[in-house]
Write a protein of this length. Structure first.
Ligand code: HEC
Ligand code: HEC
Ligand code: HEC
Ligand code: HEC
Ligand code: HEC
Ligand code: HEC
Ligand code: HEC
Ligand code: HEC
Length: 445
């Protein structure tokens, strides 16, 4: 053993030092590429002239944009009330209404789509006030993604007062400032900031599907430029229409109920757990919130119209026959996932009914509340929450986005294992007369 060490030690040291030299050379090469941003010499804008010293990166971006080429200077978007070193506080907020002056069509389309509702939908969540300020109005977590939504004048003022400053313009999430480039907005990467991770992993699903894989190979010039490969935008910003909407949406619910009687019963359980129906099956005030923010389609025709729109896009490259069958399979996965989901909900609801799980004071109805998000008070309800917001969604999102991994291993499979855990926990809670279901902090006392 010692002889082995005596021999290998110098070799390891040698490898270490030669690796270090290689790495530091690479580092040097990389740093040489990074040149500091330098605006080009002539800047024909009084604001930009001073800003070449204050914020050179912004001026370079603006110079590269279509705006500078078309005489849209800084003041066109920020007003001219600030123009010295000491009055920056007077600079105007470049909200959506500023873009509307010159791009009325896009603003009008955008206002009819789902993105426009994102801010209000987030604010409508009953447990939002439990999140830290930085996550919401600070635009760090929920607020960072949901900032794409329209805000009222009062809301914009509120953001400014809370020191969050910027967040007034919804347009700059895809055309980031100050390039405001259409090429960037056409790339699927721009959607990734928000459509990624736990709640909505469309980027992961798309980029690993044949659709995304092909597109990424095109971007790196491994495939010819004209090879067929759809982007997120081909399917969701069809022909440049900024009014994005899908048939099922995030919740994959729809009224009226499906014709299939069992599926209809499962749907009722889910709507009860969302608080849209009370435990007796009557509608609640939450229904109006769901309607305002279009959480799901309330008319069969609207759903059908979106489905036909999707099929028309598929038809650019596939036969309608092929595409319809593929989308049908997505619908079937929703039905299968709803059956597991409803079973989980019924188990937890029965614990409430039998007084074995205590209803938190904030809950309006004696039913588990899926809108309490990660603030659900007990482990069994946390499982139910994950089952709904992570795994049920992935099961069908993965099917629609041609990702076998998300549909099965990260969707359907964990739905089943969560249901088994819910069953086991429920049995424990019943065996201990409710003790096992108490909030962990309380049970420890
Ligand atoms: C004489 C120099 C000068 C001129 C001219 C000037 N600015 Fe500024 N501007 C500044 C300085 C300094 C700041 C503060 C920078 C900082 O916070 O780092 C600033 C900040 C800003 C901000 C950000 C405000 C904030 O709250 O962070 C905007 C937007 C802006 N300027 C736009 C303009 C526009 C539009 C014009 C022309 C109408 C203009 N500037 C002219 C120096 C100037
Ligand atoms: C004063 C008018 C004006 C305002 C205000 C304005 N734009 Fe523009 N915008 C233009 C003009 C002009 C063009 C160039 C049009 C062309 O080349 O056909 C343009 C082009 C664009 C493009 C296409 C860029 C490309 O790469 O082809 C985008 C995206 C854009 N603007 C976004 C915005 C956004 C977002 C706002 C608000 C923050 C905004 N614009 C405000 C006038 C304006
Ligand atoms: C990483 C970005 C991101 C974060 C962080 C985020 N969301 Fe979302 N949220 C999204 C996206 C993207 C969608 C649409 C997903 C889909 O349709 O699959 C969405 C959907 C929703 C919906 C459903 C809207 C509908 O029409 O059905 C609600 C409600 C919501 N989010 C609230 C929240 C709240 C509350 C938080 C914080 C506690 C939060 N989100 C955090 C990106 C995010
Ligand atoms: C087409 C409209 C448009 C033009 C032209 C424009 N801006 Fe902006 N600017 C915006 C938008 C949109 C924001 C973000 C506002 C928000 O989110 O509330 C912004 C934010 C800013 C900010 C604060 C955010 C940051 O990143 O520091 C500064 C500083 C700024 N702009 C300076 C400039 C300067 C300097 C010019 C001219 C070289 C300029 N802007 C031209 C639309 C514009
Ligand atoms: C979800 C991403 C997204 C958002 C948000 C967005 N855009 Fe776009 N925008 C796009 C895409 C994608 C295109 C290119 C469409 C195409 O291929 O023709 C585009 C194109 C444009 C163009 C160029 C149109 C042309 O024919 O050259 C303008 C101008 C524009 N957008 C303005 C806006 C304005 C104003 C807003 C805010 C209301 C906005 N966009 C918000 C994705 C977005
Ligand atoms: C080949 C077309 C296609 C591509 C590419 C595509 N999608 Fe989708 N997307 C769909 C279909 C089909 C649905 C389900 C429509 C329905 O409800 O019937 C969907 C649904 C969605 C939804 C609603 C929730 C869900 O996942 O079911 C969001 C959000 C979404 N897509 C975003 C994206 C993003 C972001 C990208 C790129 C990273 C992307 N999509 C790429 C076709 C596509
Ligand atoms: C700044 C974050 C952000 C970016 C960037 C973004 N989205 Fe979204 N998107 C959201 C949020 C949040 C929602 C949910 C809004 C709601 O339902 O209230 C959403 C919803 C959607 C929906 C509607 C799903 C439904 O419920 O029917 C589609 C489709 C979609 N986005 C596609 C895209 C595409 C394609 C891109 C890129 C071109 C993109 N998004 C870029 C945050 C973003
Ligand atoms: C711009 C062209 C284009 C569009 C639009 C398009 N696809 Fe595709 N699709 C392809 C290509 C290319 C492939 C990979 C080659 C193949 O398998 O045929 C593919 C493959 C597929 C596959 C097989 C995936 C696999 O893993 O083998 C399915 C399923 C599919 N597409 C469904 C759809 C659906 C559904 C739509 C509409 C919502 C759609 N596609 C829109 C080009 C497109």
């Amino acid at each position: 053993m010692r002889r082995f060490f005596l021999f290998t030690f110098p070799v390891i040291v040698l490898i270490f030092f030669s690796l270090r030299t290689v790495c530091s050379q690479e580092l040097k090469e990389n740093t040489q590429v990074e040149a500091p941003v330098q605006p080009s010499a002539q800047v024909n804008d009084p604001c930009a002239e001073c800003h070449t010293r204050i914020t050179p990166g912004i001026v370079v971006d603006w110079q590269l944009s279509k705006h500078s080429a078309n005489d849209v200077g800084c003041a066109k978007c920020h007003g001219d009330r600030h123009n010295s070193m000491t009055d920056a506080a007077n600079a105007g907020v470049a909200g959506l209404e500023v873009c509307a002056k010159c791009h009325a069509t896009q603003v009008e389309q955008f206002s009819k789509g789902k993105h426009a509702l994102a801010w209000g939908a987030m604010k409508a969540m009953p447990t939002l006030h439990w999140q830290p300020m930085a996550q919401v109005d600070g635009l760090k977590g929920c607020g960072a993604c949901h900032r794409v939504g329209l805000k009222t004048e009062g809301e914009v003022k509120g953001l400014m007062e809370k020191g969050s400053g910027f967040g007034a313009s919804s347009c700059d999430v895809c055309h980031t400032r100050h390039l405001f480039s259409v090429d960037e907005a056409r790339s699927p990467q721009v959607c990734r900031t928000c459509h990624t991770g736990v709640e909505s992993p469309q980027w992961e699903m798309y980029s690993s599907s044949h659709h995304g894989e092909r597109f990424l190979l095109k971007q790196s010039r491994m495939l010819p430029e004209d090879a067929a490969a759809p982007t997120c935008q081909s399917c969701h910003i069809q022909e440049g229409d900024h009014a994005n909407m899908t048939a099922w949406g995030y919740l994959a619910l729809r009224l009226p109920y499906p014709e299939d009687a069992q599926w209809a019963r499962d749907r009722v359980a889910i709507l009860q757990a969302l608080g849209v129906f009370d435990p007796a099956g009557k509608t609640t005030p939450r229904l109006a919130v769901f309607e305002t923010y279009k959480f799901f389609n309330f008319k069969e025709e609207d759903w059908q119209a979106e489905r036909e729109k999707a099929l028309k896009t598929c038809n650019d490259c596939h036969s309608v026959n092929f595409a319809r069958a593929e989308l049908d399979k997505g619908d079937q996965m929703i039905r299968e996932a709803d059956a597991l989901m409803a079973e989980g909900i019924r188990i937890v609801a029965a614990l409430y009914r039998d007084g074995l799980l205590k209803k938190p004071e904030s809950y309006s109805y004696a039913f588990p509340d899926l809108l309490s998000l990660h603030n659900a008070p007990t482990v069994i309800e946390q499982k139910l929450f994950s089952m709904f917001h992570e795994y049920r969604t992935r099961t069908f999102q993965g099917a629609f986005h041609c990702s076998p991994d998300y549909s099965f291993w990260r969707g359907w499979a964990p739905m089943q294992s969560h249901l088994i855990e819910i069953k086991e926990r429920a049995a424990e809670i019943r065996a201990t007369g409710g003790k096992a279901g108490e909030h962990p902090a309380k049970a420890a006392k």
